[in-house]
Design a protein around this ligand. Structure first.
Ligand SMILES: Nc1ncnc2c1ncn2[C@@H]1O[C@H](COP(=O)(O)OP(=O)(O)OP(=O)(O)O)[C@@H](O)[C@H]1O
Length: 253
């Protein structure tokens, strides 16, 4: 439930990509990772998911080193949706979402009615219940993204890691998916580019620049005009929205 990175370093060859990041996602938090292209968001998410071993530091889940947990145990706890998540061509939507149940079943345990219900619920949550039989390769980019989120929901994780989960979605689905994710009773870490959506749906934000964590806190603590100028090189006006009260960023070009 508490996923944390302690002084985590990851290198590609000799180049330092994630540079000593210390970060904790408290239970139930929706933590947004923000930063320019190439700042290390995806790399950090893969470290948190246990897909990569840090060159230094540690990633822990409830105090246990993620690197020492079995793949199966890890998959029972952490679900990951990657930025360019793909899957084999000749499978249906239902096949993909059913994959989410694999970590919870042993080779000898039969598929149960409960598994069916979990899969159906996950599909309904992303509004694709009526597409169960459609072939994966015929889906649009946004539909694929929603199917992968449904697969992650069917996994019933305690911790959900999402790399740009809205990049292919129309605005209605961006809002719906982020609302759904923010309301889930799980810890979520998600990489986002849209500062306004981050302010609306995340309780905490972590800002990366050149692999380093340069700010962490509530949107109100972190999303300042000075931070946007220094990290993103963009002038902006930041003020609470009179409509919904969350911070609203307007860019000045
Ligand atoms: N396996 C690798 N080999 C070499 N360089 C890599 C590797 N993986 C990542 N990088 C580099 O590390 C940097 C960070 O990449 P990463 O994908 O983590 O950034 P990001 O913040 O998610 O970017 P974006 O917003 O563009 O998705 C980039 O410069 C990338 O080219």
């Amino acid at each position: 439930m508490t996923l944390s990175a302690r002084s985590v370093v990851w290198k590609a060859g000799r180049k330092i990509i994630v540079d000593g990041v210390t970060l904790k996602a408290a239970p139930g938090t929706t933590l947004g990772l923000l930063g320019p292209n190439g700042s290390g968001k995806s790399s950090l998410i893969r470290l948190l998911a246990g897909l990569r071993a840090p060159a230094a530091g540690a990633v822990e889940l409830d105090g246990a080193a993620v690197g020492r947990m079995s793949r199966r145990r890890l998959a029972q706890r952490i679900a990951l949706v990657e930025q360019h998540a793909t899957t084999e061509a000749n499978v249906t939507v239902l096949d993909v979402v059913r994959l989410g149940r694999i970590p919870h079943r042993s080779p000898l345990s039969p598929w149960t009615r409960a598994d069916d219900e979990i899969v159906e619920r996950a599909l309904a949550r992303v509004e694709l219940a009526d597409r169960q039989g459609q072939l994966w390769h015929t889906l649009s980019g946004g539909e694929r993204q929603r199917v992968h989120l449904a697969r992650a929901l069917a996994q019933e994780p305690t911790d959900l890691l999402l790399d740009e989960p809205t990049n292919h979605l129309d605005i209605q689905h961006q809002l719906e998916i982020l609302k759904l994710v923010a309301e889930l009773p799980v810890t979520t870490v998600l990489a986002l580019h849209d500062l306004n959506l981050a302010a609306m749906f995340c309780n905490r934000l972590a800002i990366l620049k050149e692999g380093r964590l340069v700010a962490e806190g509530t949107p109100e603590e972190v999303l300042s005009e000075a931070m946007i100028a220094s990290v993103f090189g963009v002038r902006a006006h930041v003020a609470p929205s009179p409509l919904h009260g969350r911070l609203h960023v307007q860019y000045l070009v």
